[in-house]
Design a protein around this ligand. Structure first.
Ligand SMILES: NC(=O)c1ccc[n+]([C@@H]2O[C@H](COP(=O)([O-])OP(=O)(O)OC[C@H]3O[C@@H](n4cnc5c(N)ncnc54)[C@H](OP(=O)(O)O)[C@@H]3O)[C@@H](O)[C@H]2O)c1
Length: 251
């Protein structure tokens, strides 16, 4: 698919990786809606970056823990842009809780992580499914994590949410075929991001020392692959790891 002239929504575009994806889609010729939940200055900066590239950009408030907010955001995006071709489920939330510290992982934290990282992406896919099918070539790209493939990452809840997001990718690839392809990217540690800052230091140290390339994954590579998933016409239900080549990510 030629991304040029298409309209994309990148959830969490106010975040580090989301902004990189929004800019890469704009550079490929797409108009880009981004969402944010609280950080207006970062959302404005991402929109400005899209506009500087010469494409339309706009920021939408979205709390994806809240089904009503998802419906409102979907309506606002379609009202503003008139169509949607690409949904990038990038927004997520994490908190650093060592795996052995089971008592700190409360039911409330579990629910916040799962609602944000799993239920939210599903409800967004559902809200946009008819629109993505309408042109016969919709694209969904889910941003999961290496933590969804191997028991690692910021918390057990986060790892479970990302593992389920990878399987949701498989299920939706079946559900939305042949009109919509659904693929996934599983980043390992991306240093310099807000999310990486919330990881326990021992997790970061392990990620740094395990990569065979001697460097961790980059937001730029994730963004390039997100565009590639949108351009691909015969791939669905797949996950690619971006992590500098750690053996646990090699399957
Ligand atoms: N960074 C890493 O090392 C790493 C590694 C593996 C996977 N990932 C995945 O990559 C993606 C992007 O990560 P990142 O590092 O760019 O994270 P980030 O900078 O923390 O950005 C997170 C984004 O999600 C939004 N968000 C948080 N809670 C939300 C909610 N309830 N409803 C809607 N939006 C919400 C934030 O909005 P505000 O800005 O308004 O708060 C922000 O735009 C995530 O899916 C993450 O799990 C990241």
């Amino acid at each position: 698919m030629d991304v040029s002239g298409k309209v994309a929504l990148v959830t969490g575009g106010s975040g580090d990786i989301g902004r990189a994806i929004a800019e890469a889609l704009a550079a490929a010729g797409a108009d880009v809606a981004i969402s944010y939940v609280g950080n207006v200055p970062r959302a404005d900066a991402a929109v400005e970056a899209v506009r500087r590239i010469g494409r339309q950009g706009h920021a939408f408030l979205l709390d994806q823990r809240d089904p009503a907010s998802i419906e409102r955001c979907a309506g606002a995006v379609l009202a503003r842009f008139g169509r949607l071709d690409i949904l990038v489920n990038n927004a997520a939330w994490n908190i650093g809780i060592p795996f052995r510290d089971l008592d700190t992982l409360t039911a409330d934290i579990w629910d916040r992580v799962l609602e944000t990282n799993l239920r939210g992406p599903f409800l967004l896919c559902r809200a946009f499914a008819a629109e993505l099918r309408r042109h016969g070539a919709g694209r969904i790209v889910n941003i999961a994590s290496l933590a969804g493939l191997a028991p690692s990452g910021s918390s057990i809840a986060y790892a479970a949410s990302k593992s389920a997001l990878i399987h949701l990718t498989h299920c939706l690839a079946v559900a939305l075929a042949p009109d919509v392809s659904v693929n996934c990217i599983a980043p390992g540690l991306v240093e310099g991001t807000r999310m990486a800052e919330r990881l326990p230091e021992e997790v970061k140290q392990t990620a740094r020392t395990q990569t065979v390339l001697g460097r961790t994954g980059s937001a730029a590579d994730i963004a390039r692959l997100a565009v590639a998933w949108c351009q691909a016409d015969s791939v669905t239900g797949q996950t690619v790891v971006v992590d500098g080549g750690s053996p646990v990510g090699m399957r």
